[in-house]
Ligand binder design. Structure first.
Ligand SMILES: Nc1nc(=O)c2c([nH]1)NC[C@@H]1CN(c3ccc(C(=O)N[C@@H](CCC(=O)O)C(=O)O)cc3)C=[N+]21
Length: 291
């Protein structure tokens, strides 16, 4: 069994990006600038945005974090987006999800300039992705592709089962794994809350990508020998013995599933760090697009 070490690979990618930034600086070019809007006080969201800002510093990007209150109206958020769309200093920006319920997420994501949409959530970019056009690929799916690529995990002709159909992970992942090229050329099955007899489906999978958010959902009995297991779950489970008061738990019963798997991502240290590295990669692309 091989651990797909997202922590290590994400560090490699950050070093590669830092080297690019150094070259830009040497040529007197402006370095990439990422902005992140965060609405409300959700603890997990604040942690993720803080790690994104830290990652920017680490590679030499500029970053701006914009905090808005929990009671922000849709109009106020749309105004802020307009401001960032029109600010030539900002190369790319993201709006951290989830948003408070008074705000229509889809409407907000449609307001982002597609050329600054480094999350790849605008329908224009999602459509381009589905049509094999060059665009921003959402960071988590992009990170998974990059992990499969760097560990040379064969995907061609394999049966990939995706668990979950969210707009930011399951749905794009199912499209990407079926595209031409590598990693891709998989035969993809998408499962979700209405799927019947999921064990029958997962036990036929060569590759399982679980993006469900239910701790320890995927058990050894649901997996065939030598399967490739990608765990996208990142649920905080209360734990008084841990210093933070919680532990990050994946969708996969790692202890037992890892004994059967050929490749597996850990949680933490798997897909999560890759997400951040690929957001930086998209920001670098956004910068290049504008010059
Ligand atoms: N507009 C938007 N874009 C996103 O990309 C986005 C989002 N909204 N909303 C929430 C999800 C979740 N997400 C993660 C990023 C990093 C880790 C990560 O670094 N995880 C560490 C553990 C971090 C911890 O200790 O909490 C790990 O798995 O090793 C996890 C999750 C980005 N998301």
């Amino acid at each position: 069994m091989v651990i797909l070490d997202g922590k290590k690979v994400s560090n490699d990618i950050k070093n590669e990006i830092a080297a690019e930034v150094k070259k830009m600086k040497a040529k007197g070019e402006k370095v990439p600038h990422l902005a992140a809007i965060i609405v409300g006080n959700d603890g997990a969201s604040l942690t993720y945005v803080a790690s994104k800002v830290k990652a920017c510093e680490r590679v030499g990007f500029e970053s701006t974090m914009i905090r808005m209150s929990n009671t922000t109206s849709e109009i106020e958020l749309l105004d802020k987006i307009d401001e960032l769309n029109n600010n030539p200093d900002i190369d790319g920006f993201i709006i951290q999800l989830p948003l408070p319920k008074q705000i229509d997420t889809q409407k907000v994501l449609m307001a982002v300039d597609p050329d600054k949409d480094v999350d790849g959530f605008h329908p224009m970019n999602f459509g381009k992705m589905a049509l094999d056009m060059s665009t921003f690929i959402p960071a988590t799916p992009f990170g998974i592709l990059e992990l499969l690529d760097r560990y040379n995990v064969e995907t061609k002709g394999k049966h990939t089962v995706v668990i979950g159909r969210s707009h930011i992970v399951g749905r794009p992942m199912s499209i990407l794994m079926g595209r031409k090229g590598f990693p891709g050329n998989s035969t993809v099955t998408v499962t979700h809350s209405h799927t019947k007899n999921i064990t029958q489906i997962t036990s036929q999978a060569d590759i399982i990508i679980s993006a469900l958010g239910v701790p320890n959902f995927l058990k050894a009995e649901m997996v065939k020998d030598d399967a490739v297991i990608i765990d996208v779950g990142i649920t905080r489970v209360a734990d008084e013995n841990s210093p933070k008061g919680y532990v990050i738990t994946g969708d996969v019963d790692f202890e037992n599933v890892s004994k059967k798997a050929s490749f597996i991502t850990p949680v933490p240290g798997g897909v999560g760090p890759m997400t951040i590295a690929m957001l930086l990669k998209n920001t670098l692309l956004a910068r290049e697009l504008r010059h």
